[in-house]
Design a protein around this ligand. Structure first.
Ligand code: 3PG
Length: 211
């Protein structure tokens, strides 16, 4: 199954942020225990590459991509460390071309029609919609989807258990991403059961929303 198919069947993508690979592994295992299958290990700490490598090697039940990838150089490093896909907050041609050359999916962040159109003309069929709640939420997403009829979207930024079902109910939405599944205080406290519970809650919301 390719990543896009996997995401359509498992449409919730948690963020894993850690400055210790062991914590990234525990967090990913906790998310998988709650039923999630795809995660973004985000490049927001100095040890993100090690975290990505550890999750890719030690948590086979979780498909790990790299998130917050800002440059072509970071994209190459992420792929060298086991990332199965790339997510960016914005749309960068260099990041997209690395992913295309190396044959992995890339989900760049877009917020405006011009950005979605640029992604379309780079040959992409799926983009992140970021920051989803501030950029107009479900109504904005529907307006974009009405003109970019073949484009799939991954809303991220302000997604929560309260609005997850609404986003997933939009036919153009492939999956939703977010950090609500891995609260910093739960990670810091080593409360991985709380993370499993949040993951299970999201899986249940997605099951109901998608049928
Ligand atoms: C991202 O990188 O996708 C966002 O930071 C996630 O946004 P959130 O923290 O509001 O879920």
């Amino acid at each position: 199954m390719n990543i896009t198919e996997l995401l359509s069947k498992n449409p919730v993508v948690p963020l894993v942020q850690a400055d210790d690979p062991a914590i990234a592994v525990e967090t990913s295992r906790a998310l998988a225990a709650g039923g999630l299958k795809v995660a973004e290990v985000v490049f927001r700490t100095d040890r993100a590459l090690e975290c990505l490598r550890a999750v890719a090697d030690e948590v086979p039940e979780m498909i790990a991509g790299a998130g917050t990838v800002l440059s072509a150089e970071q994209a190459n490093a992420a792929l060298d460390h086991g990332a199965k896909f790339i997510v960016s907050p914005g749309l960068d041609d260099g990041v997209v071309s690395v992913a295309k050359e190396r044959g992995v999916p890339v989900y760049p962040g877009t917020m405006t029609p011009s950005e979605v159109q640029h992604a379309f003309n780079l040959g992409l069929d799926t983009v992140k919609f970021f920051p989803a709640s501030i950029a107009g939420g479900v109504p904005a997403l529907k307006a974009l989807a009405s003109v970019f009829r073949t484009m799939k979207f991954m809303p991220t930024g302000g997604v929560s258990p309260g609005n997850l079902a609404d986003f997933l109910a939009v036919p153009a939405v492939l999956a939703c991403g977010g950090s609500w599944l891995t609260p910093k205080d739960a990670v810091a406290a080593g409360d991985f059961d709380a993370i499993t519970a949040l993951a299970a809650e999201a899986v249940e919301i997605a099951r109901k929303a998608r049928g």
